[in-house]
Design a protein around this ligand. Structure first.
Ligand SMILES: Nc1ncnc2c1ncn2[C@@H]1O[C@H](COP(=O)(O)OP(=O)(O)OP(=O)(O)O)[C@@H](O)[C@H]1O
Ligand SMILES: [Mg+2]
Length: 244
C-alpha cells in the first residue's frame, strides 16, 4: 500500500569481533508512513538508526533510499531528504548560538530564510516567536526538543528518524510532540521512523511496528482496527505488559 522510501537490506554490524549487534536486519519505511521500532535496551535500535544515517558502517547489507543505494556522492542529497533527531536535545544544540542561528544553520548552503518564515514555522511547532533570541540554556527540555525538531523540518525532509526523542520529557509535552509529529505526517506526508520505549506512544502514532530483540527483528505488525497483533512470544509479552 505504501510506495517504498527507505529500505534496510540484510544489515549486519558488530562493534567487536564475534559479538553481533545487528543480525541480518530487514526493514522498510514507505512514503508518508509512520513506522515504530521497539525492543529492549541494548537490542541495537540506535545502532540501526546510525547505520541508516550513514554514521556507522555495516559489515554486511545496504541501505536504499528511493530504491538507490546511499553512496558517498549521494550522501549530501540523502541528508536533504532524511534527518535524525536524538534523545539528548541539549547535546545537539551549540550552547553559544541563539535559536535563530541554530535554525538557520542547516540551510546555510541554500537560500537564506527570512525571519517571517522562521516565525511561521515556530508557530507550527508551538514555540513562542520571541524565542529566536534565546540561547539553549534558556530553554526547557521540551522547548529544546521542539527547536531540534524544527531544525530538521526546515530542511523539508521526506523522512525523519526519531531516536527516543520524547523519553526525557513529561507526559503532557510527550503527547504534544507526538501529536505534532502526527500533524506533520498528515500535512506533509513526511515519513517517520519512531524509535521509543514508550509503547503507548508508539501504538498511538505508528502505522506499523517492528520489534527488535538482541540484534534481530523478531516481529512486525500493521495497525488494524487501531491495534497491533504480534505472533512472537517476546513481542506479545512486551505489548501485554503495556496493557496492565
Ligand atoms: N560505539 C559503540 N562501541 C561498542 N559497543 C557499542 C557502541 N554503541 C553501542 N554499543 C553496544 O551495542 C549494543 C546495542 O546498543 P544500542 O545503543 O544500539 O541499543 P538500543 O536498542 O538503542 O538501546 P536503548 O534502548 O537503551 O537506547 C549494546 O550492547 C551497546 O553496548
Ligand atoms: Mg538507543
Amino acid at each position: 500500500m505504501w510506495a517504498l522510501l527507505l529500505q534496510v537490506h540484510n544489515i549486519c554490524k558488530s562493534y567487536r569481533k564475534g559479538r553481533p549487534i545487528l543480525n541480518h536486519i530487514h526493514l522498510t519505511v514507505g512514503k508518508g508512513e509512520i513506522v515504530g521500532l521497539v525492543g529492549e535496551s541494548g537490542s541495537g535500535k540506535s545502532t540501526l538508526a546510525k547505520v541508516i544515517m550513514q554514521l556507522e558502517a555495516p559489515e554486511k547489507g545496504a541501505v536504499y533510499f528511493q530504491q538507490q543505494p546511499i553512496t558517498k556522492h549521494r550522501r549530501a542529497a540523502f541528508y536533504d531528504s532524511c534527518q535524525i533527531i536524538f534523545q539528548n536535545a541539549t547535546a545537539a544544540l551549540n550552547p553559544m548560538w541563539t535559536v535563530r542561528d541554530l535554525l538557520r544553520e542547516p540551510l546555510q548552503h541554500k537560500q537564506p530564510i527570512t525571519d517571517t518564515y522562521l516565525q511561521t514555522m515556530l508557530e507550527k511547532v508551538k514555540l513562542p516567536t520571541d524565542i529566536l533570541h534565546a540561547l539553549p540554556s534558556e530553554l526547557s527540555g521540551g522547548e529544546k526538543q521542539r527547536v531540534n525538531l524544527l531544525r530538521s523540518l526546515l530542511v523539508e525532509p521526506q523522512l525523519i528518524v526519531c531516536d527516543e526523542i520524547i523519553s526525557s520529557l513529561d507526559r503532557l509535552i510527550q503527547r504534544e510532540i507526538v501529536d505534532l509529529l502526527k500533524t506533520l505526517n498528515k500535512e506533509r506526508a513526511m515519513a517517520i521512523l519512531f524509535i521509543s520505549h514508550d509503547l503507548k506512544a508508539v501504538s498511538y502514532l505508528c502505522d506499523r511496528i517492528y520489534v527488535m530483540k538482541a540484534g534481530t527483528i523478531v516481529d512486525e505488525s500493521n495497525k488494524e482496527n487501531n491495534g497491533f497483533t504480534f505472533t512472537d512470544s517476546y513481542a506479545k509479552m512486551l505489548f501485554q505488559a503495556m496493557d496492565h
